[in-house]
Design a protein around this ligand. Structure first.
Ligand SMILES: N[C@@H](CCC(=O)N[C@@H](CS)C(=O)NCC(=O)O)C(=O)O
Length: 231
């Protein structure tokens, strides 16, 4: 099987920080599939033209391209049904869709304001102007002012994680004894934060931090083995 993944990179090729790309990296590892990751930077949109859109992750499989992390997860499940399931059946797939929306709209939306000013320092110099201009337009404020009140925001963010906290106190993973795609979508945002920022988004004693540690240990420490600014 020949698989390639276009993966967002920072200044250093080894700095892979995209939350949505991490979902896909872990989904591929779950299926036991080897992948060649291709470092890509925000301003290299021409390199993604083959996919008909401008965002990563993009999976290339035997010349076919699949984009959007959720669509890629469905593709992996359909293409390799005999390998460990990402969803645990149709009902699990439907519930994973809820987790995907929760990860986008609560976890990652909560984190972005606290880390966006740190991201710019991790980027390749050629990406910095694009990132600052596009994100400042999105927030209607400078990156520094978006992040300035993070010490006040962190309490509400941690409180928003209560459903995840209570679940991973009852069992090791959202999937039960083993992780499922639901775990990978929830984890992507925490991996994003730890790779770009030294800001402590979780308290050390938080059960969510213990779950994050278990996620970092998976697949030979796949997610732990990249450069990161926090433990
Ligand atoms: N819904 C998409 C979102 C993909 C996405 O937003 N990717 C970001 C990196 S995490 C990107 O490529 N952004 C390009 C840009 O902002 O120019 C997915 O889940 O894959």
């Amino acid at each position: 099987v020949t698989l390639q993944l276009y993966d967002l990179a920072g200044a250093d090729d080894a700095l892979r920080f995209s939350p949505n790309c991490w979902r896909t990296r872990l989904a591929l590892a779950h299926k036991g599939l080897d992948v060649e990751t291709i470092p890509w930077r925000f301003t290299e949109t021409h390199r993604l033209a083959f996919s008909g859109q401008g965002k990563v992750p993009i999976l290339v499989h035997d010349g076919r391209s699949v984009h959007d992390s959720w669509t890629i997860a469905l593709y992996l499940e359909e293409t390799w049904p005999d390998r460990p399931s990402l969803f645990g059946g149709a009902a699990g797939l439907a519930l994973a869709r809820f987790m995907n929306h929760w990860a986008d709209n609560v976890v990652q939306a909560g984190l972005v304001r606290m880390i966006v000013a740190d991201i710019v320092h991790c980027l390749h110099p050629k990406d910095r102007d694009y990132f600052r201009t596009s994100r400042e337009a999105r927030f209607g404020a400078t990156l520094e002012s978006v992040g300035a009140d993070r010490d006040q925001r962190i309490g509400a963010f941690r409180q928003s994680l209560q459903p995840l906290r209570l679940t991973v106190q009852e069992r090791p993973f959202l999937g039960g004894d083993r992780p499922l795609y639901a775990d990978y979508v929830a984890f992507g945002g925490f991996q994003w934060a730890r790779t770009v920022s030294s800001f402590a988004v979780l308290d050390d004693s938080d059960p969510v931090a213990a779950w994050r540690d278990r996620m970092l240990d998976l697949y030979g420490g796949l997610a732990r083995g990249v450069p990161a600014r926090a433990a």
